[in-house]
Design a protein around this ligand. Structure first.
Ligand code: IMP
Length: 195
């Protein structure tokens, strides 16, 4: 079955296709000729994820899913949250975003944080959501070259390396998006068996 992943982010696409294996072949927005940025106007990850899936469903009438992810830093009351991508400005610079987070946490002893992903699926016209959380801490400096976004400053709980020092498979096994996508995959497998 064809499933559209409403994303323009090739890193996310790679992570997710690796997890779906041959259960579903996914196509992204570019593959279906949708070249606009889908707005994220809401103040929750859930509402933004649903909005992205709804926009594609309305326009193409296809089964599709989307995801929205936020970094939630405990001592900053969950900031940057829905503003994660634009934390340091509209240009969505990963370096500037990380620098701002590091600056806000300067001298802080409580550096606990989490990544939270909400996946929204529209399948045969019905909406479903799946959540994944990865707890960890914000390092005092960037470390590692893998991954994307805030990966160089996020050290997942139970590890002494950052997400940016892990290979894709290791990150997927414990990450926020990995956990949400595992729930999506389990749901899709069961759905496929029933239908
Ligand atoms: P969005 O879900 O594409 O809107 O991403 C929100 C922000 O979170 C962007 O700045 C991304 O770079 C960042 N982000 C999303 N997923 C990850 C991740 O797995 N690691 C690090 N940063 C991420």
């Amino acid at each position: 079955m064809k499933l559209i992943f409403a994303t323009g982010n090739p890193h996310k696409m790679n992570e997710v296709q690796a997890m779906l294996g041959d259960l579903y072949t996914i196509q992204n927005l570019k593959d279906i000729g949708y070249l606009h940025d889908i707005p994220e106007p809401h103040d929750t990850l859930e509402a933004n994820a649903l909005e992205k899936a709804q926009v594609i469903f309305r326009e193409y009438n296809v089964n599709c899913f989307s995801e929205d992810t936020g970094l939630e830093i405990d001592i900053l009351n969950g900031e940057p949250g829905v503003r994660t991508a634009r934390y340091a400005g509209e240009e969505k610079s990963a370096t500037a975003n990380m620098d701002l987070a590091l600056q806000k946490l300067k001298g802080a002893t409580n550096r606990q944080a989490q990544f939270r992903t909400v996946v929204a699926l529209i399948l045969d016209g019905k909406e479903y959501t799946f959540e994944g959380i990865a707890r960890g801490t914000i390092r005092t400096e960037k470390s590692g070259e893998e991954g994307f976004g805030y990966d160089p400053i996020f050290q997942p709980k139970g590890y002494s390396i950052t997400f940016a020092e892990m290979d894709k498979e290791s990150k997927n096994a414990i990450s926020h998006r990995g956990k949400a996508i595992q729930k999506l995959v389990a749901f899709l497998q069961e759905y496929k068996q029933k239908s």
